[in-house]
Design a binder for this molecule. Sequence first.
Ligand SMILES: [Mn+2]
Length: 303
Amino acid sequence: MERGIDVIGDIHGHHARLEALLTKLGYERRNGTWKHPERAALFMGDLMDRGPEQIGTIDTVRRMVDGGSAFCLMGNHEYNAIGYATPKEGGGHLRERTEKNEHQHKAFLAATGLDTPLHRETISWFQTLPIYLNIGRYRFAHACWNPSNVAVLGDGKAAYLDGSRLHDYFTEGKAEYHSAEMVLKGPEAPLPSGCTYFDNYGIERDRVRLAWWRRDARNLREMAVIEDVSTEVLETLPAPQEWIDRCNGYLTFIGHYWMTGSPSLIADDVVCVDFSVAKDGVLTAYRLEPGDERADPGRFAWV
Ligand SMILES: [Mn+2]
């Protein structure tokens, strides 16, 4: 890695905030494309769904990627969008067009239309996005770097969906499906029966996301990424150990997790850059410098 990299978290259609962040970071808009004289941006995925400017956000990022001033990873929302758009053999789509799935996806569909040329063209760009990247001692994945799943999806340096067998990535039981779900959505654990909570979309959930970077979690409560669920029962359950990431000298970057408050570190070798711009939070960048070995709380910038 020769250039400094600005690692930018989930945007979810908040284009004005993206432009404000790029400006703050010293990027300038020339001939319609944002560029920095010395640095590159790396977007952690989840460009879309939820927010007010779906097309503007995608267009800005895409121009930066095409112009060589940015990388962009796939997030779970782009992955879901690919499944939602892709017909399945025998009828239906790789991601079912249920009311719940449509609800999570409605801002994007309102902007592109369903099965329109713009929709299809945008989805085909999503399909070109890497599922993860490894650059030198730095690893980038939307939700989780899990070595066995990383190995299923690619060569450990980069992974892309294989368009000739897309259905494998959306079919329960296929290694590609479970690996893509792990890297893009992270590990989850079921809650005890009767224990549920409501997520950001108001959908009732009976599983919790696991904070796989908390190596010292003593129980499921301490490892659950959740605020408002009855916690006592979770304190009696063990923290699942199989997902705990031993980062092995790498610095790992993720988005995805709807962190709250001012950007801060979640571990000394795992950096989350999602601080919930789509839920009254901030759009966040981490200004990675060549040679950085440990995470540094002074590297965050946000708007
Ligand atoms: Mn996400």
